[in-house]
Design a protein around this ligand. Structure first.
Ligand code: DQA
Length: 152
């Protein structure tokens, strides 16, 4: 079965209690359940991970090669700083969709820059946890999967 890696970066383990006025009350566990439900609906297996450490995220991106058909990445603040993550994505050559809960373009200027966007298939931001489900749907379309059916 086609599988996707949903990878979450620093501080996203605190979702639900972290700045709820910005990120809402949805927990990372809620996001995991939502991703698994969307994956099941579209016939894709979902692996879900979170780390606060840049190197662990890089290792996960490298490890996705040959294992996962795509990566959905919310790199948190590393989005705006990490050339190393950008290089890992280019090197692993696994298709990747960038997701953010908040609309990074409507926030502080330093959040407008993404090192991930130039090496991503696309970016989804501003829709809260729904953005993860939208990214999974985008992968289903990109990979040519039909709703509820596994890859041919
Ligand atoms: C975030 C946006 C980033 O700017 C921030 O550093 C985060 C969360 C989001 O999901 O909206 O940690 O990636």
């Amino acid at each position: 079965m086609t599988s996707l890696l949903i990878l979450n970066g620093p501080n996203l383990n605190l979702l639900g209690t972290r700045q709820p006025e910005v990120y809402g009350r949805t927990t990372l566990e809620d996001v995991r359940r939502l991703c698994e439900a969307e994956g099941a609906r579209l016939g894709m297996a979902i692996a879900f991970a979170q780390s606060n450490h840049e190197g662990v995220l890089i290792d996960a991106i490298h490890g996705a090669r040959g294992v996962h058909a795509g990566i959905v990445l919310n790199a948190g603040a590393y989005t705006h700083t990490s050339v190393a993550l950008m290089d890992a994505i280019s090197s692993a050559a696994v298709p990747l969709i960038e997701v953010h809960l908040s609309n990074i373009h409507a926030r502080e200027a330093f959040r407008h820059k993404s090192y991930i966007a130039p090496v991503a298939l696309g970016q989804i931001c501003g829709f809260g946890a729904v953005g993860y489900a939208l990214a999974i749907q985008a992968f289903a379309a990109h990979l040519g999967l039909q709703s509820g059916e596994p890859a041919a």
